[in-house]
Structure formats: C-alpha cells, structure tokens
Design a protein around this ligand. Sequence first.
Ligand SMILES: [Zn+2]
Length: 205
Amino acid sequence: MSEKPLKAYKVDVESHDAFSCIVFATNSASARRAGASELDACWEDVELCRRAPAYDHYAPGPVPNDVLLEDGWWFECHGCTNTVRADGTRVEDGSLIECGKYIVRAQEVFCTQACLARHDASKRMNVAAQAALIELVETKFPGSKIDSVYVYGDKLEASETGLGALSIAYFTFPGAQGLAEYRFGDGAYVSRMDLELFESRYCAA
Ligand SMILES: [Zn+2]
C-alpha cells in the first residue's frame, strides 16, 4: 500500500493583517490545520485553503523563500522588519526604496546584505553580552551555577524603573532550593526560603 502523495496548499489567515503560507498535506483539512499552526492562528482564522499545484514538486516543503518572492510574495525582513518584495523594499512610512538585492539565508529573508550584516553583528554582540553577564554572576557569587540568561538587545543594560529587566540571569547557589535572579544594574533577588543562606554566604562582612 502506497502512501498518499503530499500536495501543496496555500493557506490564508485573516487576523489584524493577512498572512499566507504554503503547506504540504494529503488533504485540505490537514492542510488547513497545518497552515493555521504555521501562521500561529486558530482554525477559525483560516480564510482560504486552496490547492497550489505549482508548488507540488517542493513536497514535503518548505518552498524556498526566494521562489515565493519571485512569485510576488512579500516577507518581513528578519533584521529590520521592513517589507521585502522581489522588486523592492517597502519601508515603514510607505515609501518604496529601490531594492539592492534581497538576501535569503535558509528560511530567513533580509532586505539587503547590509541589513543581514547588521543583524549578525548584533547577534554576536548579544552572545558576548550574555557571556559577560554569566561571568559577572559567577564572580560575584562564587559557587553559583547559571540556569539561564536573557539579554535584550546587544549590550548589558540596566532596566529603567517600571520596566522589566533588560539583562537578567537566573542562577542557583549551593544549598539553595529555588532559582535566584540577578538583574543587571539592580542586584540579586532571592526567594524567601533561600534568603538567609544567601546572606550568610554572600553578604557577610
Ligand atoms: Zn532589513
């Protein structure tokens, strides 16, 4: 018994903005379900689900984004969120700037080579900032173990009052029952049950 072949379907959802994707499925109902999940929408949001035979030969997918761009689809630039089209990049204020050349890297679409370079540089800086935060916490609190770190943006920044922490590390220390937090530019937050232990270990004169 042979399996049913996968066929291409174009799924459109209607939310605050219209989005589409191509999915591969054996029937329309599963295509609708797959499309909704890929577009982060619910079943009821799916406006249209149509066969798209022109893409059948890309099964099981995905259809390369540069193929879709050349077919008139638009994407959000992975670096700057401007709208990328094959014939140009539409900037936020609605004016159309002439396209250098869009760049497709795996499933990421960038408006220009420069934007991709900026994106990669800021990603590298973010990774470096995370490493610096880990080192800072491990130095400040000897014996501590980092659970996870979050750095928003590309450098360590103290949070402004009223806003969430921009650079934060979650860690444990010997004997602690819960996770402690270190907010860059602010200080350590330790749960009540671990407070005494934390103070005797790290705050003793
Ligand atoms: Zn861009």
